[in-house]
Design a protein. Structure first.
Ligand SMILES: NC(=O)c1ccc[n+]([C@@H]2O[C@H](COP(=O)([O-])OP(=O)(O)OC[C@H]3O[C@@H](n4cnc5c(N)ncnc54)[C@H](OP(=O)(O)O)[C@@H]3O)[C@@H](O)[C@H]2O)c1
Length: 326
């Protein structure tokens, strides 16, 4: 098969479409013939040499895909060859074939195109596990999503609205904020021109956000805690603004607030399977009902993954960039 390899870390040109051995599904795995993959921010870090795949994972990039089951490994039941699926991966999605632990497979939801379903596994799993399983966002509460037009952000807006929460977003341009509003965001904040703490406080009569989904890490830590409501929950999933920050713990105590931080890729197989099962139970019915949909910015041939990385690095996209296999 062909896959995107990274012979040497570097810029987008480090991604090389090359012939490699076919993966063989191991115990509990299924072989998927890939129709499409999708780009995640983490793939860029892997390409640059800053994010090695966890032990046992494919060394090719790609954290999600859609396709058809080509073979079933030992010990797998409940799936059949030829079935259309999408999957959460620990790597290997930028390839014509990938071996997937069966617990990370999802049937393509009703009403969604097979290719476009590649945009769903990583964002639904990340948002559901952080915003709902850890931070327990409830109907009527306010969620602040940083980077509202990102792959993650566009899913967070839709899921939070579907459960009856109010959604505030930050983005860097008016056009991106408009797209967030189309998806249902209620409070639109341009992070280049406005102070998100003041804007969230004003929109919530001084209370603040009940849950914040944060991609910035260190740069926003102090201001995120300021923007939290009493009993607020800050869920950190990214470090685009650095990893090290100082925090006045008193500000947390006074609010009885909580901070969580997780990385989906590094979680053990059982935890990923539990998250995917929760996505199947809670998110898939919303997708099938048309209340939540994949937001795809564009489709690019997988062999030209470099072009897709350039788009994402320049933040020229809204939602997800897909990589279509030959
Ligand atoms: N921990 C996990 O398990 C996990 C899983 C998946 C993703 N993530 C993280 O989630 C984040 C989003 O991932 P993605 O793949 O959806 O990325 P993406 O589509 O590339 O989006 C990155 C976003 O960052 C926003 N941004 C840049 N500077 C900002 C600032 N100062 N304030 C607020 N937003 C800012 C961009 O907004 P503009 O375009 O408007 O500038 C853009 O929306 C990344 O940090 C990624 O690493 C974590």
């Amino acid at each position: 098969m062909y896959a995107i390899t990274i012979p040497e870390p570097g810029g987008p040109e480090a991604l090389v479409w090359d012939e490699v051995p076919d993966p063989v599904p191991g115990e509990g795995e299924v072989l998927v013939e890939v129709v499409a993959g999708a780009v995640n921010r983490a793939d860029i870090l892997q390409r640059q040499g800053f994010y090695d795949p966890p032990p046992g994972a494919s060394r090719y990039p790609g954290l999600e895909c859609s396709g058809r089951i080509a073979a079933i490994g030992p010990g797998v039941s409940g799936w059949t060859v030829g079935e259309e699926v999408c999957a959460l991966l620990s790597g290997g999605g930028y390839a014509e074939k990938v071996a997937v632990p069966a617990g990370q497979l999802l049937a393509v939801p009703e009403g969604v195109d097979l290719r476009q379903s590649a945009a769903l596994p990583e964002v639904t799993s990340t948002v559901w596990s952080n915003v709902f399983m850890i931070a327990h966002l409830r109907p009527g509460e306010t969620l602040l999503v940083h980077g509202g037009s990102s792959g993650i952000g566009t899913m967070a807006i839709q899921l939070a609205k579907a459960v009856g929460a109010r959604v505030a977003v930050t983005a860097g341009t008016k056009e991106k904020l408009d797209r967030c509003a189309e998806l249902g965001a209620d409070i639109l904040i341009n992070y280049r021109e406005q102070d998100f703490v003041a804007e969230v406080k004003q929109a919530t009569a001084g209370a603040g956000a009940d849950v914040i989904l944060d991609n910035m890490g260190a740069k926003y830590l102090d201001r995120n805690v300021q923007a939290l409501a009493v009993n607020g929950r800050l869920a950190i999933i990214g470090m685009q603004g650095g990893a090290t920050a100082e925090l006045n713990i008193g500000a947390l105590l006074g609010k009885r607030a909580a901070i969580s931080a997780t990385s989906l890729r590094a979680r053990p197989l059982e935890e990923k399977a539990a998250i995917v099962a929760a996505v199947r139970e809670h998110v898939w019915p919303l997708v099938a009902a048309g209340r939540v949909r994949p937001v795809v910015d564009r489709e690019i041939p997988m062999s030209d993954a470099a072009a897709a990385h350039r788009v994402v690095e320049e933040s020229g996209h809204v939602g997800k960039v897909l990589l279509v296999a030959p």
